[in-house]
Design a protein around this ligand. Sequence first.
Ligand code: BTN
Length: 243
Amino acid sequence: FGKEIRYEFQTTSTQIAAHQWAKEGAKEGALVVAEEQRSGRGRLGRSWHSPPHTGIWMSLILRPKIPLAHAPHMTLLASIGVSKGIQRVTGLPIQIKWPNDLLINGKKVCGILCELRGEQDRIHYLVTGIGINVNTMETDLPPELKPIATSLAMELGSSVHRASLIAVILEELELIYTQYLAEGFSVVRTEWEKAAGMLGQMIKARTTQGELSGKALSLNENGALLLQTEQGVVPIYSAEIEW
Ligand code: BTN
């Protein structure tokens, strides 16, 4: 991964740039990185605060030959790769919140957004967007983010070299991706369950159909979160989780 890199000083969103590049034929592992995004996007139609020079805002193009139904595996896989990379470089303890938020001491330090283009049962390509608050200081955070967000520098008390961190993250991502393609979802599930902070805990899942409460049990074959509710075990495919 990262053999071909497009570096932008400022862009709308590295996701948009990566989609464009993928359509023009970018190879697997191609990466778009930006110093600043004017309209960074988050999951569920939200925006992503991407100020200049303090974070890692990047999008990785992948072309896995897997069924479309297995796309959620890629989201979980990405959170493992990024989390391992961050831990290797900083030594900070990272928790994964389903499906793929990375938290330190309960506050969000990284968000991942997987977008795919495909048809019927074929994935054309996948754009994995990774946003990490690296050298953000408390004073740089907008007031609404202060209670819920953190950065590596805030947790570590010293700054982190972004390019070196990107290199290690790409290495970890490539490793888990290769293992997944060779061995299947079980490697991802085992690693993910080890890193998840929420298994065994009572959680609340806000879905488009309403709110569900229950105990987070594990992941099913499709990467859905299994919740033990009063009505039985329910798989959650898309939701906001609180615990
Ligand atoms: C989330 O937690 O909601 C996902 C946030 C993903 C943010 C990253 S930053 C790089 C890439 N470009 C974007 O516009 N979004 C992703």
